[in-house]
Design a protein around this ligand. Structure first.
Ligand SMILES: [Mg+2]
Length: 245
């Protein structure tokens, strides 16, 4: 055997002290979901907006991916199904440009076409494989904790070529989403590490860095875009590779 997965006594050398396990967020941390969403959205909407210019498509994508996350929160709260929140976000983006989907058939077609397109665009960020290689080499266990359901995220990780991430905790695993401490702690339990020696890395400052830190983990904000955050006093990296430096 090349590696010994049972060696949870592996230690990762970081500037953050002793790290014996690493948990990752999935969307926009391991997997470039924003790219997949934006590309799929454009594919299934271009015929509805034949006149839209590039600036318009940028705005269209932003509404869908970033400016309607309050609708995703309603899904997390159990008020909407996953497809309902997706359709509402699509309607918000289309509606901004004056396009209404017909209630049943057109809306159903839009959502199902979108889903298959997005799946086809799923890919991992370039820094993920080197990061996981380093963890495997160090004998440090890792996994993912995500604010979506387990089975959907399993398919997504596999589509991104990340079958090697075997530990996956979703919102339906313990019945609560981030930032409830229980979801991060279930990831820790499955790694077999101590919370205070487990990194949690994700792109959402509140749900990933601050939420996991409040649960007792070593939270790290993965700020790929270099977004300014005055007042944020936590740990921050611009790339997963910075964790290995
Ligand atoms: Mg994320």
């Amino acid at each position: 055997m090349e590696t010994a997965p049972e060696t949870s006594n592996g230690v990762l050398a970081t500037g953050l002290g002793v790290v014996r396990g690493v948990l990752f967020d999935i969307d926009d941390t391991l997997v470039d979901l924003e790219f997949a969403m934006t590309a799929a959205l454009r594919d299934v909407s271009e015929h509805l907006l034949p006149e839209l210019d590039e600036a318009g498509w940028d705005k269209f994508g932003r509404i869908f991916t970033r400016e309607t996350t309050h609708i995703y929160d309603r899904y997390l709260a159990g008020e909407l199904s996953f497809n309902e929140q997706r359709l509402l976000r699509g309607r918000a983006a289309l509606g901004h440009f004056g396009v209404e989907l017909d209630e049943d058939e057109q809306a159903h077609h839009w959502v199902s076409s979108y889903a298959s397109r997005q799946h086809g665009y799923i890919r991992a960020f370039d820094d993920v494989t080197p990061m996981l290689d380093a963890l495997d080499a160090a004998g440090v266990p890792y996994g993912a904790v995500s604010n979506n359901v387990h089975d959907y995220q399993r398919v997504k990780l596999d589509a991104a070529g990340l079958e090697r991430i075997r530990i996956l905790v979703g919102t339906d695993t313990v019945g609560v989403p981030k930032p409830d401490p229980a979801i991060y702690l279930e990831g820790v339990r499955r790694l077999g590490t101590a919370a205070g020696e487990t990194l949690y890395v994700g792109d959402n400052r509140l749900l990933d860095a601050e939420g996991s830190t409040a649960a007792g983990l070593l939270g790290v904000w993965l700020n790929r875009g270099g977004e300014p955050a005055p007042g944020f006093l936590g740990r921050e990296v611009g790339s997963l590779l910075e964790l290995l430096a």
